[in-house]
Design a protein around this ligand. Structure first.
Ligand SMILES: [Zn+2]
Length: 303
């Protein structure tokens, strides 16, 4: 009798110890896109929130001191890197006085360190030329190939912080990879008829996605990255639209779309407004929804 009771007690104790009663890992990300990828991998074992909104330009986020307070208690900070957040994140991280989330810290994951960069500048870098992505193009998360690489890095780091749930994170990562592979087939099928066609984009936000899709950028509304288009540049783009047979210009919804509309008036090009990140529109409510909208927008812009 006594042995049975003891065994039952021990079993109950072990079950309690193994249950996920402990607090979820508190993850902060700089963007909603990163938060969406962390959610895919972390499931219900993480509590994720983003420091910026998908409707905001991620280069210019207000470094509100309340964000430093949030960072103070973060178990993990995931940032994009490649200098995307250079204008607002470093002072917040310093103010947070959370030693582990400083650059290179055990609880800091810079996604850009896990993907191969495009648009690396070759000559000397001069910031007076505008926001020219001096460490490479940081807008990589809409590229399915790189999103999977970031997800793997997130799974690895979550497993280090929360080793009890390592197999859970591994399984979630595998499920995400499989779901991305299946989604890619559908997206590629939508884009295949238009391979080789060109679009104009506002900023170099779609460089990786265009590379993945087989489409091209014929030009950019911004004459230099981060610089608003002057009328002379719009006029030269109008000539380019006619010469290259460009059908559409894509503009993130946080940019002033008037220059693109001027280009439309001059050249007849279509203006397609897109979300800049997950959360940028209602349909872009998670990473898959975001890429879905972008693929549909590309299809709309090339025909
Ligand atoms: Zn940028």
């Amino acid at each position: 009798m006594r042995t049975v009771a003891l065994a039952a007690f021990a079993a109950g104790f072990l079950a309690a110890a193994a249950s996920p009663a402990r607090a979820a890992v508190g993850v902060l990300t700089t963007t909603e896109g990163l938060a969406a990828v962390v959610r895919e991998v972390g499931g219900d074992r993480v509590k994720v929130s983003a420091l910026s909104r998908g409707i905001q330009d991620p280069h210019f986020v207000d470094a509100n001191p309340s964000l430093a307070v949030k960072l103070r208690n973060a178990d993990l900070l995931v940032d994009v890197g490649m200098d995307l957040e250079i204008g607002w994140l470093p002072p917040l991280v310093t103010q947070s006085r959370n030693g582990a989330i400083q650059p290179g810290g055990a609880r800091r994951l810079t996604a850009g360190n896990f993907v191969s960069p495009m648009d690396l500048p070759t000559g000397p870098v001069d910031r007076s030329q505008g926001d020219i992505h001096p460490s490479g193009n940081p807008h990589f998360l809409s590229d399915p190939r790189r999103a999977v690489q970031v997800a793997a890095a997130v799974a690895g780091r979550l497993s280090e912080i929360d080793p009890e749930n390592a197999s859970y994170y591994r399984e979630r990562l595998q499920a995400f990879q499989a779901k991305v592979a299946a989604a890619e087939k559908g997206w590629k099928a939508q884009l295949a008829p238009f391979a080789g066609r060109s679009v104009i984009t506002q900023h170099k936000t779609l460089t990786y996605l265009l590379d993945w899709s087989g489409l091209k950028a014929a030009g950019y509304m911004e004459p230099k990255q981060g610089v608003a288009p002057p009328p002379s540049h719009v006029a030269s783009l109008a000539a380019l639209v006619k010469a290259a047979g460009v059908k559409g210009v894509l503009v993130e919804n946080y940019y002033d779309r008037r220059p693109a509309e001027q280009l439309r008036d001059l050249s007849g090009v279509k203006v397609v407004v897109i979300p800049g990140d997950v959360g940028g529109t209602r349909e872009a409510s998670d990473w898959f929804g975001f890429v879905d909208v972008l693929v549909k927008s590309l299809v709309q812009a090339v025909q």
